[in-house]
Design a protein around this ligand. Structure first.
Ligand code: HSE
Length: 443
């Protein structure tokens, strides 16, 4: 007889805090797929209590207790699993702490909360003998956390690279394919429920940085270190760079990259040129994808919807089912939050961004006169930077300036910065030089 049966639990009762896009999706999925969920969990899984301030929710809540105070869900003695879907890191943090302290398991889709306070929350959960699950925090419906923690548990993870913000990818794709305005596409992403409450989180790379901090911690077995993730957003990208990248055989994607080498760990989120032939280059719209390289398995790719009600609910419900299975089997700490035993999680040295080495795409505005290109080449060669590709267009009618686009070999950021400073000091180079990192994604 398992513990659920021993405890006489006829069902696993779920309390949902927050009935917005994702909360509504979870409520609908638990009801709509109740049969298959019960079959998998070995016990019925029922939403019994919902915390929402909305007085006119779009759901049939007749059979459910509804509280305007979400903390009533935590206080409900019949609730076994509290699902936190209110977002943010203030009330959400208090709620999760209260739930853990009350001996409830917690499932959350809140990447900011996990990235910033996960270390403390995991310790609190362990202290109270309960679990925090957060599959939906990264890459929407893609089970990437489970893949890293369980499917790849026999590997040393060498690096991972992912498109992990659906809104940003949706914007880049629409701008590239339909020539739409940035603000117009962002408004559509908000209406579709993809964007964060504060959409600057999507556009400035903060949302992707939250997710990368979580992926890196799980991949390498280190504490969450959100403050150490380098984040650069998509706001400065121009259609010209998208076009030149295409001419050179690349697509620009907003990528999160985590890599472990002898030099240490890199964690960075930024626009990136990737070769058009790579599968990641063809991940468009709100879709996310994460490429993970393990030492035994080699490269593996995970692809799916990165945002939206039903895909995110799919990940939340997977965590609920996992907990229900463990509750029914009488063992709830089968897998630690980061997949490593808590006492094996260790701080690792980080590689400063100045020392991170990648190829670079550079675009500058140069005077169209003799000697300019040799000056540019001299500045690169003095720093040991090799030019791998070059585009120089003829000046437009009546123009005396030409765009010059350079693709370099693998170069440390410090050397590129030094080259750019020298180039910008030339009288023949005008304005700020655009620079975008390149990832070949082959090792
Ligand atoms: N705003 C996020 C995105 C939602 O666009 O990816 C899913 O985390």
């Amino acid at each position: 007889m398992n513990k659920t049966q021993e405890q006489g639990l006829e069902s696993i009762n779920v309390g949902i805090c927050g009935l917005g896009t994702v909360g509504g999706g979870v409520f609908n999925l638990l009801q709509g797929n109740a049969e298959v969920i019960a079959a998998r969990a070995r016990v019925p899984v029922v939403a019994t209590h919902v915390g929402t301030r909305s007085d006119k929710p779009d759901y049939d809540l007749d059979s459910v207790q509804v509280s305007a105070d979400i903390f009533d869900v935590v206080r409900d003695p019949d609730v076994h699993i509290v699902v936190e879907l209110i977002g943010g890191t203030t009330v959400a943090r208090e709620l999760v702490e209260a739930a853990l302290a009350a001996g409830k398991h917690v499932v959350t889709a809140n990447k900011a909360l996990i990235a910033e306070y996960g270390n403390e929350l995991f310790a609190l959960a362990q202290q109270h003998g309960v679990c925090v699950r957060f599959e939906a925090a990264v890459a929407g419906g893609i089970p990437i956390i489970k893949a890293l923690r369980e499917g790849l548990a026999g590997n040393r993870i060498q690096w991972l690279a992912g498109i992990i913000n659906g809104t940003g990818n949706f914007i880049l794709t629409e701008m590239r394919d339909k020539n739409r305005e940035f603000a117009d596409v962002l408004a559509e992403a908000q209406a579709l429920g993809y964007a964060e409450a504060d959409p600057t989180f999507d556009v400035e790379g903060i949302d992707a940085a939250h997710k990368l901090a979580i992926l890196a911690a799980i991949a390498f077995g280190m504490p969450l270190q959100m403050a150490s993730v380098y984040a650069e957003g998509i706001a400065k990208l121009t259609p010209r760079d998208v076009d030149y990248a295409r001419e050179l055989g690349y697509t620009i994607k907003h990528l999160g990259v985590a890599r472990q080498s002898e030099a240490g760990v890199e964690m960075r989120v930024h626009p990136t040129l990737i070769p058009q032939r790579r599968l990641l280059a063809n991940v468009d719209g709100v879709k996310n994808a994460v490429l993970v390289e393990g030492d035994a398995v080699g490269p593996t790719l995970y692809y799916g919807a990165g945002a939206g009600a039903a895909p995110t609910a799919s990940a939340v419900v997977a965590d609920i089912v996992d907990l229900a299975r463990e509750l029914s089997a009488g063992q709830v700490d089968r897998v630690a939050p980061l997949g490593f035993a808590p006492d094996a999680v260790q701080t690792l040295p980080l590689v400063p961004m100045a020392q991170v080495v990648t190829p670079w795409y550079l675009r500058m505005e140069a005077e169209d006169k003799p000697g300019v290109m040799s000056e540019v080449a001299r500045i690169f060669s003095e720093r040991g930077i090799s030019i791998e590709g070059l585009i120089q267009k003829a000046p437009a009618d009546g123009e005396t300036r030409v765009p010059v686009v350079v693709l370099t070999n693998r170069t440390a950021q410090a050397d590129i910065d030094s080259a750019l400073q020298a180039l910008e000091e030339l009288d023949t180079i005008h304005g700020e030089i655009a620079r975008i990192r390149v990832e070949t994604l082959d090792g």
